[in-house]
Write a protein that binds this ligand. Sequence first.
Ligand code: SF4
Length: 722
Amino acid sequence: MTSSLINYNRAEVTKGYTDQLLAIDLNNKTISVKVISEEMRRMFVGGRGYCLKLVFDGTKATTKHDSPENVLAISGGPFCGETGFAGAGKFIVGTISPLTNTFCDSNVGGHFFPLVKLSGFDAISVTGKTDQDVLVVIDGDRCEISIADAPETGDSLFGAENIIEKWKGDGEPSSVAFISAGTGAKNTSMGCINSVYYDLRRKRCRAKQAGRGGTGSVMRDKGLWGIVVKCNAKKANSNRPAHPDRVREAGKKLRKVIKDVDPNAMRLGTQGTTCLVDMMNSFHLLPVNNFQYGIDDRVKQVSGLLFEEKIFEQRHPDGCFLGCTLACTKGCEDYILKTGPFAGKTIRLDGPEYETAAAMTNLGIFDIDHILEYAWYCDEYGLDTISAGVLMSFLFEAYEHDLLTVEDTGGLELKWNCGKTVLELLHRMAAGECDFAVQAGRGVRHMKCWIADRASSRTGRTRSDLLGELSLFGMECKGLEFSMYITKESLAQQGGYGFALKGPQHDEAWLIAIDQLKNELPTFKRKAVALQWFPLFRTWFNLVGLCKLPWIDVRHPEAQNTEHPARNLPTVEYYLELVNATFGTQKTLDDLLMESERSYLLHKLINLRQGFGTREHDAIPLRAMAPVFMNEYRSRKKHYEEYLKNQAEVDINGKTDEELLSILQEYRRVQYDRLADEVYDEKGYDRNAVPLDETLNRLGFDKAEYFDIVRSARNQAQKQQR
Ligand code: SF4
């Protein structure tokens, strides 16, 4: 079936699947409905796996983020929309990223994909480009899909209720949801996608974000303003598992753990993820001034408790989809904006999340008003709060080191703890207003080169010398900006970021707590095993359409009595029951891990094919491993002296601080390198981070095209070594 307006037969969800793909080609504005093969389902499960497969098949080695053939892939997974289990509204957006030039994906919650699935689709692929912004409309009630003009307004969130109102017809507002990206997504490379749904209790739209990797920028580059879905079919019990009673029973057990544990532990249900602000600060992990410091006395001005008591409206439970009793999607009502194009307007805000608050502390700002303003504008503009925040903190530090001047920045003095300047730069970036802001919108990696070029002609230093200095504290890996945790004191977390295939994002491996705080990974081997196990199990959540938080942030009381408490295996049992009760199977945890490993391997193959998969692309900046400058070292001098004596077995007597800092830096570099060897062994790669043939065979990758990719990457790596 192919046309720019089509009617289709709605496939009913059966055991979590509809097995249909909605393919939209914007080159000629055609819409097709395709069958998803049994092989694709067996090998790649759904969600991130489907996005990877669609991008792998639809692109080639020369595909860039703005190539017409680039695929914007969107997929839920077999549990997306399962109302009997907590955390089941998640879906994935994946594409060739403008920041990393290879596959990057981001997960997001809300009602959008559960409604898409109810309308009959397990995945959506968007290819091609159009000059005129368009809106795709999926009407699951009438079984009709069309391509319409984009709404007049360029806004993404402001006035979202009007979009719901327009498309709901006679139905409920909760039967409509949409994804969109604002003008900031169009004007930068770090655009996020908003997933907007109507909250019947708060009687307003809520929004969650697929933040990382510039998926929103790809969407807007294609000329796609957004996708609206409307479906009045009943959401409850719509996933049609093989054994509904067993699913409900497993869901009940998970909800009991959430109810018993969370209020006395992290308090996600009342503080959202802002609970992490205080926790990270107390362990020197909260980024301050571009990851220089991990602790600051002003933290009480932005603590989770303050958000709980003064900012978040607590009257309603805040699950981002039905059935999530962890309910961390907190929100703030009636906030009056003070800056930017919407100054003076009253807005309602979802979040902010920990990462957004930490983006501000990383600029030296400990002020709730500035956090709220930054959070709302980033969402409205369609900018990733993490990438935008890290980009700005990098620029502020470059300014501090006189590598940027006020002439470069279009008149802005980039000084720490100045919310006004941060917001002004944000508004300019989103509007694409002046050259500096336009360049900045392309991310840290791009700005390292831009600054080196300009500073070279001004200072007479060589470009490579300047680039070397900027790379010490330009917090990106593979082109993606670091997410908001200080990693200097956790080797395992350095690996968690450095070896992550999409770049340094904590959703792949977050090992700080078990490594640094609990010392549960004392050897290279144990760290390497954790760096294999956790990314795989975390990946599994992204394959199936589930949120990780009820597993990773709510520790089952009995987990403490198991060999690996951090794996939270008693809760994993509930997930296994969900799997087997839905599919009518008898899968084990090892089966789930192998499913993840296949998708993980496909991601690795895309990275290799695009030229970004070998060892040198796993390198992280020195700031991620150790203090770079003397001020950082001296801020924890005692700690580092103890470390050098006890861990590195260095005789520190008679050595200057400068000598000790240099020894520390070298020691940490060697440690990271050793860890890389162990991790590659564990993953079945060679020392250049290229998968071995036996790894491909073990995971069923038997086609010649896969072997060609690894052979060519191996040859390339060997040539470079010669
Ligand atoms: S834990 Fe939070 S993010 Fe996850 S599904 Fe529940 S409300 Fe959404």
